[in-house]
Each structure stands twice: as C-alpha cells, then as structure tokens.
Design a protein around this ligand. Sequence first.
Ligand code: GDP
Ligand code: MG
Length: 164
Amino acid sequence: SKPIVAIVGRPNVGKSTLFNVLAGDTISIVKDTPGVTRDRIYADCNWLDRNFTLIDTGGIEPDTKDIILSQMREQAEIAIATADVIVFIVDVRQGLVDSDSKVADMLRKSKKPVVLAVNKVDSFEKFGNDVFEFYNLGIGEPVPVSAASRLGLGELLDEVIKHF
Ligand code: GDP
Ligand code: MG
C-alpha cells in the first residue's frame, strides 16, 4: 500500500495550508484561530510519480490541559504511529519556541523519518537567516518553505520521498 506522510506541528504554523496546497484543493479548513482543524484529514498525493497518502493532523500541544488540544495531540500521536514519514512544520516568523522542542522530542522518540519544514519563509531575503536556528531542534536540516506562496515545496517533497 501507499506510504503515509503525516504533517505535524503546533497550531497555526501552517499545517492545513501546506496540506491544501499539496492536496490541490481545500478539503481542510484554514482559519486564523489556532487549532481549528480537529480531525485528521487524508488526501492522495503524488510527487515525481511516487504516490502517497498525506495526513493533516490537528496539531501537537504536549503540555496543555485544554481538552481540544489534548485530543489533537492524541490524533497527532496516532498519525505519528501510522506515518512512514513525518513532515514537522515550524514557523519562521515566531522562531523556535519551547513547544517546538517538545514536539521535536516526541518525534525523535517516534524513530520515524522526519523532514523539518520551516514555513512562512515568504521572502528568503527577509527570513532566510532565521531558518538556521531550527538546526537546534536536532532533527536534521531545515527546509525553508512558504505554503502560502508555494515556495520550496518541490525541495520539501524531494526530501519526503527519499524516505519511501
Ligand atoms: P495550522 O493550525 O497549523 O493548520 O495552520 P493554518 O494552515 O491554519 O495556518 C495558520 C495561519 O498561518 C493562517 O492565517 C495562514 O494563512 C497562515 N500561513 C500559512 N502558511 C503561511 C505562509 O507560508 N506564509 C504566511 N505569511 N502565512 C502563512
Ligand atoms: Mg490546521
């Protein structure tokens, strides 16, 4: 069967935006409200003749007591358990925050291949230098992307399919 690629990361980093661009439609709801996507959503995708199933997880929020967020964390954990490759998204505008490190720890424990996407790099001139701090997550080379401007997505998918 097809490999499964799960998009994970904390709320508002751009998971659903990336999912929608890669899925080529608007299955997933995108709102400014963090955590608006509560269910895993699946799409059939392909890149360079490699077919895979993409999952938009609801997000991971390891230390929260909030019910919705803890449910989303659970969904993300299911996605991690199911996925062959995990795309971990962070937000260059917010920089590296503590919950990114906690998510990175969860992902490292999963022992699954992880591709680190640094989203919202809409201008490489403006934000390119800020990408480097994400090396500190210790999960490999950050791939700068802009889901909204559709930049860097080919490079991202090249890294993803290397793990199939
Ligand atoms: P999710 O909670 O991780 O699913 O994040 P969303 O996909 O819902 O996006 C959260 C917010 O970030 C929305 O306002 C998006 O329009 C915005 N966003 C997503 N990708 C980008 C991007 O590449 N650049 C910028 N500037 N904003 C983005
Ligand atoms: Mg979402």
